[in-house]
Design a protein around this ligand. Structure first.
Ligand SMILES: NC(=O)C1=CN([C@@H]2O[C@H](COP(=O)(O)OP(=O)(O)OC[C@H]3O[C@@H](n4cnc5c(N)ncnc54)[C@H](OP(=O)(O)O)[C@@H]3O)[C@@H](O)[C@H]2O)C=CC1
Ligand SMILES: N[C@@H](CC=O)C(=O)O
Length: 348
């Protein structure tokens, strides 16, 4: 009897929105892990797009995009994208985050590095949680800890019947890196520029410096832990000065020097007292708040190096001593790896 031909694996169309630090690293990773079940057909930045129904080579995307057609920055995809296909949001766009529930309603899987899906308005997070299921998944591993197993751990604990009592941690890779070893001698603004060059910072570094990025991550964690927090319920201690806060995008770099005095002096004082500064997020019975804290150097929150995130979780089973998770919490490669993990989970 003639052998039946093996069934061909189903191919999913893939759209990638955002080809910056993270999007480019994802393209490199896709090139290294050639996956025949993924067909990259739509790639866009805020100004240009490429549509290739025959599929694009990840390594050819940047050049193709430079020659691509105009793009309005919206979330509309080609008409042939439908149920089972995948859209990756590697932007920080508020407009695109509002598309996450719409894409899920269209039957698409969504994979996001953009924290404004789950860490923006509570109503949106609720819609996403209601809509996501095995047929239309929502991949969020990159949104907190750049893929560290934070969300998976919280969900695992809850699935096992635990109640989460508190979450405390260093959630910003940029701020961790800025304060690691900082004693105020170097202009803080120079360090911020270096963090931007390392690819740790948000497209607008004020989103890191204002504590807004940490607020979003704490919201994502607390909501995953079963607490439907509104954004306004997180108290935020911003590092920005009024001038930096109000600066137009072109003027941000020049206004960064406003931070040199206040933050440099605070760091120098902490160093003189044998202390260190860390930007800490806390969610516990007293509420949710994020801000700069002065800690002893061997405080568990101060022991991470570089862009490490470090998070302690108290739950029913971890009541006396918390479960702790630490590792690099920002950077193109770890974030792209987390996006690819989510993509491959959709194929599994
Ligand atoms: N960097 C990191 O370590 C981590 C980043 N993230 C998240 O990843 C996301 C991307 O960060 P990063 O790559 O560093 O940022 P970049 O600024 O390097 O890149 C952002 C990309 O998004 C594009 N973009 C912006 N708006 C739109 C839009 N409306 N439609 C299509 N494309 C758009 C930009 O296009 P253009 O060039 O035209 O402006 C650019 O290509 C952010 O949400 C960030 O929070 C998450 C974890 C870690
Ligand atoms: N800007 C963010 C990037 C990762 O989420 C950070 O510094 O943590």
């Amino acid at each position: 009897m003639e052998a039946l031909p093996a069934a061909l694996p189903a191919t999913r169309r893939v759209a990638l929105l955002g080809v910056g630090t993270v999007g480019r690293a994802l393209l490199d990773r896709l090139a290294d892990h050639a996956e025949p079940r993924l067909s990259l057909q739509w790639v866009a930045n805020s100004r240009r797009h490429v549509h290739a129904p025959q599929g694009l080579s990840p390594l050819a995307c940047a050049a193709a995009l430079a020659e691509g057609g105009a793009h309005d920055g919206g979330g509309a995809l080609p008409a042939d994208f439908g149920p089972g296909d995948i859209v990756i949001d590697a932007t920080a766009s508020a407009e695109l985050a509002a598309w996450h529930p719409r894409w899920l309603r269209q039957g698409l899987h969504v994979v996001s590095a953009n924290k404004l899906g789950l860490g923006g308005p509570l109503l949106r997070q609720h819609e996403i949680a209601q809509l996501a299921n095995a047929q239309r998944r929502y991949g969020d591993a990159a949104t907190v800890g750049a893929g560290l197993p934070l969300l998976a751990t919280l969900r695992g604990l809850r699935a096992g019947g635990d109640r989460i009592g508190a979450i405390v941690g260093v959630l910003s890779g940029t701020l961790a890196w800025l304060f690691d070893g900082y004693d105020g001698r170097e202009p803080f603004s120079d360090r911020v520029r270096a963090a931007v060059a390392q690819g740790y910072a948000e497209p607008d570094p004020r989103v890191d410096l204002s504590g807004e990025d940490v607020r979003r991550k704490l919201l994502i964690l607390a909501r995953a832990a079963g607490y439907p927090l509104e954004s306004e319920e997180v108290r935020v201690d911003s590092l920005l000065t009024p001038r930096l806060q109000a600066a137009t995008p072109d003027a941000v770099d020049g206004a960064l020097q406003d931070l040199d005095g206040p933050i440099g002096e605070r760091a120098a004082r902490a160093a003189r007292d044998g202390r260190v500064l860390r930007y800490v997020a806390r969610f516990d019975a007293a509420g949710a708040r994020v801000g700069l804290e002065t800690l002893v150097p061997d405080d568990p929150l101060a022991v991470g190096r570089g862009c490490d995130n470090r998070v302690a979780i108290w739950s029913t089973r971890y009541r006396d001593r918390p479960l702790q998770i630490q590792g690099p919490g920002a950077g193109a490669e770890v974030t792209a790896a987390a996006l690819l993990d989510d993509l491959l989970r959709i194929l599994a």
